[in-house]
Design a protein around this ligand. Structure first.
Ligand SMILES: Cc1cc2nc3c(=O)[nH]c(=O)nc-3n(C[C@H](O)[C@H](O)[C@H](O)COP(=O)(O)OP(=O)(O)OC[C@H]3O[C@@H](n4cnc5c(N)ncnc54)[C@H](O)[C@@H]3O)c2cc1C
Length: 446
């Protein structure tokens, strides 16, 4: 995870995939070798093995969010169900949540079908509230879920597992799992290559020219394609697409190996990760080799750079979790890019004037399942040319997200907002809350 923080500097990569040189003709060109782009490629060759598919990546496979995630695979997309009911109505709120459940199932099936070795551990996901206000919000969410018939279970304080005893309530989400996202991304790339997909690395796409065929240009070469998928997530600004996605960096870390006694004291965390309710709040999962992966607590503007802005927050979050962890240290930390939108929903769709230019991204820090599932949908879209597989009123099927102004002034406003979030998370000892759902709807990560 160590890196220089310099855009496209290679993050210490020593692989051997070649750069894009010269002009290549292909059926589908995919920009970005993260989960979205690689899942699209793999699904495409599964649907039509004769397709010529090329992926072009600025850095290396899994250089973006996909290689730096914390591996919590779970349902939920966009705003909380109670908010989604108000904004979009019951039918859309229900369809959206169930889509996110299908997304998780799709990933579980993908991993099993291809026997992908990524440390996948199925289970639930427990989101916990640390005060009465949080418990009330969880009650409202459980009520909304009950009205819509969604499988979200309220867990009263008395029934929380030992590791979560000091919280006031919980919501349990399923199906869910934990996994190693970097391993999964790497293996999607390899599976694609075994089936004929070409991946170019260290080739920054500088421009996309639309025409009868679309040309994707790098410094030393170009791909000329019938269809182009732009899967650059938080890095979209340079390619001017998709509009409305803002790149931010969030931090994560991993502890040293825990003692058997400490692991024993974390009863509950072995079965499911723990996510504190609220924006920037910490979340934890136990790895199979006995470490805690922890995220949350600080965020920076812009997608570039891999240094965690406030690693001490990660250490104190872990130490607060249980007295058995009071001496535990963080072994390494890192930051990674997330694509945020103002309404908390991602984007998957086509260019308004060019139905063969596709976008997907902006999952607001919760895109492990959604990115992979978006790839599957995009592949079907491309192969069936024009049939809208996602057209049943999901509000994130669109070519852009709500407008986000750009420029110095806005950057300053954004900085202040991020500082406010960080301060809120500090005041509540990690259980940061914000009533402001203009940016994330759901909270960064949880
Ligand atoms: C620290 C962290 C923790 C996270 N934890 C979780 C979690 O526990 N659960 C969860 O659901 N989600 C999590 N996420 C979010 C999840 O990782 C992302 O939603 C998902 O990986 C996005 O995949 P992607 O392929 O769309 O984007 P990315 O993985 O970012 O891929 C985009 C790729 O495009 C490339 N690129 C960009 N510009 C260009 C260009 N001009 N030319 C060529 N290539 C370009 C980039 O180098 C990059 O490789 C986390 C994210 C981070 C950063």
């Amino acid at each position: 995870m160590a890196g220089s923080g310099v855009p496209w500097a290679g993050y210490g990569y020593t692989g051997s995939r070649s750069r894009l040189h010269g002009v290549h003709r292909c059926d589908v060109a995919i920009v970005g070798a993260g989960l979205t782009g690689l899942s699209t490629a793999l699904e495409l060759v599964g649907l039509d093995p004769d397709l010529r598919i090329a992926v072009v990546e600025a850095d290396h496979v899994a250089a973006g969010a996909s290689g730096r995630g914390t591996g919590l695979l779970g349902p939920r997309i966009g705003p909380r169900v109670a908010v989604a009911r108000r904004r979009y109505g019951d039918d859309v709120a229900r369809a959206s949540y169930l889509w996110s459940v299908d997304a998780v199932r799709h990933v579980l099936d993908l991993v099993e079908r291809h026997r992908i070795s990524c440390d996948l551990t199925p289970g639930g996901q427990l989101v916990v509230a640390s005060d009465e206000e949080g418990a009330e919000a969880q009650q409202r969410e459980a009520d909304a879920a009950r009205i819509l018939g969604l499988p979200i279970a309220l867990v009263p304080a008395g029934s929380l597992p030992a590791v979560a005893r000091h919280y006031t309530s919980g919501l349990r989400y399923a199906p869910a799992a934990t996994l190693d996202p970097a391993a999964l991304t790497d293996q999607l790339a390899r599976l694609g290559e075994q089936r004929g997909v070409t991946i170019f690395e260290r080739s920054v796409v500088r421009g996309i020219r639309r025409g009868l065929l679309t040309t994707v240009s790098t410094d030393d070469g170009a791909l000329v394609a019938d269809h182009v998928v732009v899967a650059v997530n938080a890095f979209g600004a340079d390619l001017k697409a998709p509009a409305g996605v803002v790149g931010l960096r969030v931090q994560a870390g991993v502890t040293e190996k825990l003692s058997p006694e400490a692991i024993e004291a974390l009863d509950g965390l072995r079965a499911e990760p723990l996510i504190e309710h609220g924006e920037l709040s910490p979340y934890f999962r136990l790895t199979s080799d006995g470490r805690i992966v922890v995220g949350g607590g600080a965020v920076l503007r812009g997608p570039f750079g891999s240094v965690a802005p406030a690693p001490e927050k990660l250490r104190s979050a872990v130490r607060r979790l249980s007295p058995a962890l009071s001496e535990v240290d963080i072994e390494s930390t890192w930051a990674g890019p997330v694509g945020m939108t103002r309404d908390g929903l991602p984007i998957v769709g086509r260019h308004p004037d060019d139905p063969r230019l596709y976008y997907a991204g902006g999952c607001n820090g919760h895109g492990l399942a959604a990115s992979i599932y978006h790839g599957a949908h995009l592949a079907r879209w491309i192969v069936d040319e024009g049939a809208d597989h996602l057209s049943f009123a999901l509000p994130w099927v669109r070519s852009k997200a709500p407008w986000v102004p750009r420029g110095r002034l806005v950057e300053r406003v954004l900085d202040r907002y991020l500082a406010h979030l960080t301060a809120a998370s500090d005041r509540s000892g990690g259980a940061g809350r914000s009533r402001n759902d203009r940016w994330t709807g759901q909270g960064i990560h949880a």
